[in-house]
Design a protein around this ligand. Structure first.
Ligand SMILES: [Zn+2]
Length: 163
């Protein structure tokens, strides 16, 4: 994806208030992100373990989501699969909950998905940065097909948030 600036990211949030989008933690090392290998940029707030964010391109525009991690539970220690990139981790997949955009979100509606806790799905799909962390079930898909599938899975999640 094309590199994003802090300003582009902050103005792209669809499911939090403008004030929250202005204050939330955006990575300081945006210039060093491996943009060529990213379908989305995902990050955790280092100051707030229960918060995660992601930014991507959807229909030609930048869309960013604010996510909550409801907390540690025993299932996090089990082996589970990311619903975006389909990587299986032991203890590395978390339930991420996004408030729905607009009125539905203000009324408390949300959408959840199990995702890689470090939100590094694009790198897992490409077989990068996975040493000792993830494991994949044997699959016959090519990297291109896996990328397309992960992009489609993320698009479906974003569609649920913005529906
Ligand atoms: Zn993943």
């Amino acid at each position: 994806m094309k590199p994003l600036t802090e300003q582009e990211i902050r103005t792209a949030f669809v499911n939090c208030t403008k004030g929250e989008a202005k204050r939330l933690a955006v990575p300081r090392d945006l210039a060093e992100q491996p943009w060529d290998d990213l379908d989305f940029l995902g990050w955790r707030d280092p100051q707030a373990p229960g918060r995660a964010y992601l930014a991507t391109e959807s229909d030609g525009r930048t869309v960013a989501l604010a996510l909550r991690l409801p907390g540690t539970a025993s299932w996090q220690l089990r082996r589970s699969m990311c619903s975006i990139c389909m990587t299986t981790h032991t203890g590395g997949v978390s339930l991420m909950v996004a408030a729905k955009a607009g009125r539905a979100g203000q009324q408390g509606n949300s959408v959840g998905a199990y995702m890689c806790s470090d939100l590094a799905c694009p790198l897992y799909v490409r077989g990068k940065g996975v040493e000792g962390v993830g494991a994949r079930l044997p699959e016959s898909l090519t990297v291109e097909e896996k990328i397309r599938r992960a992009v489609a899975n993320l698009a479906a999640f974003i569609a649920k948030v913005t529906a």
